[in-house]
Write a new protein. Structure first.
Length: 234
């Protein structure tokens, strides 16, 4: 099952990436500039049209990449610490880390595939198109605003790590502390990533609000599928 999910989701995501927006983009703003005037954006999202902060976009990149790094190496630290204290054998520790990496990869690939399908179907123009329909309306990748890929990846990383602690650790103060720390820190990371995507003019607020829900559902579904194979550690 895991091999099928990994290979299948990765292949689907890659195929969608190769197909890409250039093959399906309608470029509606290129053909009708008036339809993409700033005043046509809903009132909730309209203020984002004027934003174009490069530093904010850079910070969103750091948060996204940082969340992935933590999701990869935090479980390694846990399992290595348990092995060093003699609570579990080193082969078992490496196997447990490999399992968590596989689950993270599955969730990432599946989320990437779903995100690509939604973007290619909705084809919502990014805020930059509304700032300059003449200049940006002809670029296919400017029609990938819904939903935010950065924010959704940060959500995948956060949910995967939280579910790792939930399924791997037995009850106790350490488990509770890690769950709270990951939950609060993860929420701040997701919100921060979305905030900087909006401040950078890459996405509308509604794009980032919608972004965490698919990753949450995918991570939970994968956790349920693997619940009989997870081994708690003290």
């Amino acid at each position: 099952m895991d091999a099928g999910l990994l290979i299948g989701s990765a292949a689907l995501w890659a195929a969608l990436g190769l197909l890409g927006m250039p093959a399906v983009a309608k470029l509606q703003c290129k053909h009708d500039h008036a339809a993409c005037a700033p005043h046509t954006v809903n009132s909730f999202d309209r203020d984002t049209v004027k934003r174009n902060d490069r530093e904010a976009r850079s910070r969103s990149d750091w948060l996204q990449n940082g969340s992935g790094a933590v999701a990869i190496f935090a479980p390694l630290g846990l399992f290595a610490a348990r092995a060093a204290m003699g609570a579990m054998a080193w082969p078992a520790a490496l196997a447990a880390w490999g399992t968590e990496l596989a689950l993270l990869a599955e969730a990432t690939f599946l989320n990437g595939a779903v995100n690509s399908v939604v973007r290619m179907t909705v084809q919502r123009p990014r805020p930059g198109v509304y700032r300059s329909p003449h200049g940006n309306g002809g670029a296919p990748m400017m029609y990938t605003s819904f939903y935010s890929g950065h924010t959704s990846f940060a959500a995948v990383a956060v949910f995967s790590l939280w579910l790792c602690w939930f399924s791997r650790l037995r009850g106790g103060r350490a488990r509770g502390a890690l769950l709270w720390l990951t939950g609060l820190g993860g929420l701040a990371t997701i919100v921060g990533t979305g905030y900087y995507r909006v401040m950078g003019g890459s996405h509308f607020p509604s794009d980032v609000i919608a972004a965490p829900w698919v990753p949450a559902a995918l991570c939970l579904a994968l956790a349920v599928l693997h619940r009989h194979n997870s081994r708690a550690i003290p």
